[in-house]
Write a protein that binds this ligand. Structure first.
Ligand SMILES: Cc1cc2nc3c(=O)[nH]c(=O)nc-3n(C[C@H](O)[C@H](O)[C@H](O)COP(=O)(O)OP(=O)(O)OC[C@H]3O[C@@H](n4cnc5c(N)ncnc54)[C@H](O)[C@@H]3O)c2cc1C
Length: 393
């Protein structure tokens, strides 16, 4: 989303190229910012900075034991397609052009996450070029502090990741779910219900232009899926008007949601995690402010996301029920107003992959109780702060 045309861009095709890029940055005293899929919500590269573009490092291999080794420049579309060829997948995000590295380093929320956890929860190893130009392998057994920190800290903090290794899961055939209503009451029912649904059912909710859209997937048997969705519509007091499409390979389902869940390319997005249902008053105020391009999006958490302890990985947000995004045209004051209204009932925690320059205490919001340990890792691997940007550790 960021115009990087005025910056020096070094295109890296190998680990040696990455080392050279860091040599160049150190020699010229300029900051270096790695780029994977280029989807970061904010501009982290100073005007005289150097972008290390890793898109040339996008090899994807899967071994017999189901471990996928993925170059840090790969994007999700090719990752899903290559894993699909082997009948495998990973729980990862939805945008085909999102980079695997940026997504994983900040967590990685997606339609299989309630069943298998964050993308970073499937990470078993990574290769990283550190500020001193050393190339390190990290895993549960090597460079364990760095490995802990990479799983959820957010991109660009400690070095340039060149390769990621994941424990893949069998690719499921899923039920694709979509239903649209005009009744705002669904919002309250969804909050009480979706985060507690069985792990195999992930349904998110978007509200825009007077329409409330439920969309997601289920890996449960179709009859069980339909039963659960009927329970939801009965509780909400609306007609059962849900389209279920059977047997869609997981890797193929996301593009089918491009209309109900559009990429936020031209919108400003603010967000926060919530551990409780919004009060009727707050929900009503949020809904009343909607119109035009203004959008509220609720993403269900719970399930496997919350079965990892807060201190087990750098991703600290393990007790949340849902993520709420407020999106609107850039310059629309409603985005800040709606965020402030909802924030009064929020957890004060923000997803590191949705960076927000308006936060008062970003470090607390992104890292909560993991801040001190993350700061210690930063000090040990990047004492000169070669990797630095607003809101960095
Ligand atoms: C259209 C769209 C759809 C999205 N969908 C989802 C979704 O479904 N689920 C979800 O969880 N999030 C989603 N996001 C948010 C996404 O996870 C973040 O924007 C993520 O940071 C993007 O990573 P990237 O590699 O594409 O971006 P980049 O801008 O390339 O990188 C993001 C950050 O990571 C750093 N970085 C990149 N590569 C490396 C590397 N190799 N080593 C170290 N640091 C690196 C960058 O310097 C930057 O700070 C979406 C965003 C967009 C714009």
């Amino acid at each position: 989303m960021i115009d990087q045309t005025s910056r020096d861009v070094l295109r890296c095709h190998s680990v040696a190229d990455v080392v050279q890029a860091l040599d160049y940055a150190a020699a010229t005293g300029r900051r270096v910012v790695p780029r994977g899929g280029g989807h970061c919500f904010v501009d982290r590269c100073p005007a005289d900075g150097i972008v290390a573009d890793l898109s040339g490092m996008d090899r994807i291999m899967v071994d017999e034991s189901g471990i996928a080794t993925i170059g840090a420049g790969a994007r999700l579309g090719p990752v899903y397609a290559a894993l699909h060829e082997r009948g495998r997948t990973i729980p990862a995000g939805c945008g085909d052009t999102v980079g695997i590295a940026g997504l994983t380093l900040g967590g990685g929320i997606g339609l299989l996450g309630r069943q298998y956890g964050l993308t970073c929860d499937r990470l078993v190893g990574a290769q990283v070029v550190l500020a001193d130009r050393s190339v390190v392998e990290c895993s549960e057994h090597r460079e364990t502090d760095l490995f802990w920190a990479l799983r959820g800290v957010g991109g660009g903090q400690f070095g340039i990741v060149t390769e990621l290794r994941f424990a893949t899961v069998p690719e499921p055939s899923v039920c694709r779910i979509e239903g649209t209503w005009t009744d705002g009451n669904l919002v309250q029912t969804w909050q009480d219900w979706a985060p507690d649904a069985p792990d195999g059912l992930t349904v998110n909710l978007a509200v825009q232009a007077g329409r409330v859209t439920l969309f997601g997937i289920s890996t449960l048997p179709p009859t069980e899926t339909e039963g659960l969705l009927r329970e939801f519509t009965a509780r909400a007091g609306v007609l059962y008007a849900i389209d279920i499409r059977l047997d869609v390979p997981y890797s193929m389902v996301k593009p089918t949601f491009s209309v109900v869940d559009p990429a936020p390319e031209t919108r400003r997005v603010r967000s926060e995690f919530f551990a409780r249902t919004l009060s009727e008053r707050t929900a009503g105020e949020l809904l009343r402010g909607l119109g035009g391009n203004r959008r509220l999006a609720f993403t269900a958490m719970g399930g496997a996301y919350n079965r990892v302890a807060e201190e087990d990985t750098a991703f600290a947000h393990r007790g949340e029920r849902y993520l709420l995004e407020q999106a609107g045209d850039p310059g629309d004051p409603w985005v800040d107003e709606a965020w402030t209204v909802a924030h009064a009932e929020g957890s004060g925690r923000v997803y590191p992959n949705f960076p927000d320059l308006a936060l008062d205490d970003p470090s607390r919001a992104y890292h909560a109780g993991n801040r001190a340990r993350l700061a210690a890792v930063k000090k040990s691997v990047d004492p000169q702060r070669l990797f630095d940007f607003p809101q960095a550790l």
